[in-house]
Design a protein around this ligand. Structure first.
Ligand SMILES: Nc1ncnc2c1ncn2[C@@H]1O[C@H](COP(=O)(O)OP(=O)(O)OP(=O)(O)O)[C@@H](O)[C@H]1O
Ligand SMILES: [Mg+2]
Length: 303
């Protein structure tokens, strides 16, 4: 055990972590992601509905599969939201004995012919089914394009037929699990929604695009970051309400949430003097770091 979580080697293949819910740390993640309140509400309601309705209404009436897909650029908070959602859903059903499983897709893909398909089938039909039998279960499928790759875009020379079959296996298993376990919810994420097989997307009960933060959200993320640092360095906390803050927030528009937080770290490393004593960082340092992050991002994009 580390951080109070089970990281045990005994976890079934393909599952990187299993933890009981609720988990306050995941609640903090949910709160830390700045997006429209409406979007969070929609996400949570969809997850809650999964556990209220699916067990009671026939699938011929409402064909819910128990899958939510979050798409969006890297660093927009998808994984954090997915973990936070698991916590908040469990909170909504107090005393529900929920748990969260995290799937590590790369550990399933294998160069050996037939192995990926088998590993995917085993994961869903054994490990996940077993968990679902023991109580309400939420499964995080991060980078789902690895498991449910778009079959129509695969060239059979470049992509082994094994991966093609892995997508087939995911679809077959999702149907089987949806039929058997109403108290099971998958929350999938992808940076490449176009690379996800359309039959997978069609099974999703909600596909939600997590956007880049707008001007207001950028300001909130930057403020959150500075005030967080302010708990250790009060001088940095004060920058959040100093003149010049708005200009920095404006400069963050176009960056994702992760990039904004990393940019602040870069500002703390802008000069050795500041790195030695981070309390000396100024809003000018932050502004320059934001400008540089934007230039680097633009450079990366045009490549
Ligand atoms: N909208 C946001 N508000 C606040 N912080 C954010 C936001 N988006 C991202 N972050 C920060 O960026 C970090 C990375 O977020 P996360 O890993 O959830 O993103 P992701 O969308 O899953 O990225 P990737 O697609 O690369 O896996 C988080 O720790 C969070 O602090
Ligand atoms: Mg992620």
């Amino acid at each position: 055990m580390r951080d109070g979580h089970a990281y045990d080697a005994e976890l079934p293949k393909g599952i990187s972590r299993s933890r009981p819910l609720p988990d306050e740390k995941l609640g903090a993640l949910w709160d830390s992601i700045v997006i429209e309140e409406e979007t969070k509400k929609q996400l949570l309601s969809q997850a809650v509905l999964n556990f209220t309705l699916r067990g009671k209404v026939d699938r011929t009436v409402i064909p819910l599969h128990g899958v939510i897909l979050l798409t969006g650029e890297p660093g927009t908070g998808k994984t954090s939201l997915a973990r936070g959602l698991a916590h908040r859903t469990a909170m909504a059903f107090r005393g529900g004995r929920f748990k969260l499983l995290e799937v590590e897709p790369h550990s399933l893909t294998s160069s050996a012919m037939g192995k990926t398909q088998r590993a995917v089938s085993d994961l869903f039909s054994q490990a996940i089914a077993e968990a679902a039998m023991s109580g309400p279960t939420i499964v995080l499928l991060d980078e789902v394009e690895t498991l449910a790759a778009d079959r129509s875009k695969m060239s059979l020379e470049a992509n082994p037929i094994d991966i093609h079959r892995a997508t087939d296996a995911v679809l077959v298993q999702l149907d089987a699990l949806a039929e058997r376990f109403p108290d099971l919810l998958f929350v999938a994420t992808s940076n490449f929604p176009d690379a996800v097989d359309s039959a997978f997307t069609s099974r999703c009960d909600l596909v939600l695009r997590v956007p880049l933060p707008d001007r207001t959200a950028c300001g909130q993320i930057l403020r959150d970051c500075l005030t967080g640092l302010g708990r250790t360095y009060p001088e940095i906390g004060r920058l959040a309400s100093a003149p010049g803050f708005d200009r920095c927030a404006q400069e963050c528009v176009g960056l994702d949430g992760r990039a904004i937080r990393k940019m602040v770290a870069n500002a703390l490393a802008c000069r050795q003097e500041v790195a030695m004593d981070p309390a000396k960082v100024t809003l000018d340092d932050v502004l320059r770091a934001a400008q540089r992050a934007k230039v680097n991002r633009a450079g990366g994009k045009s490549k």
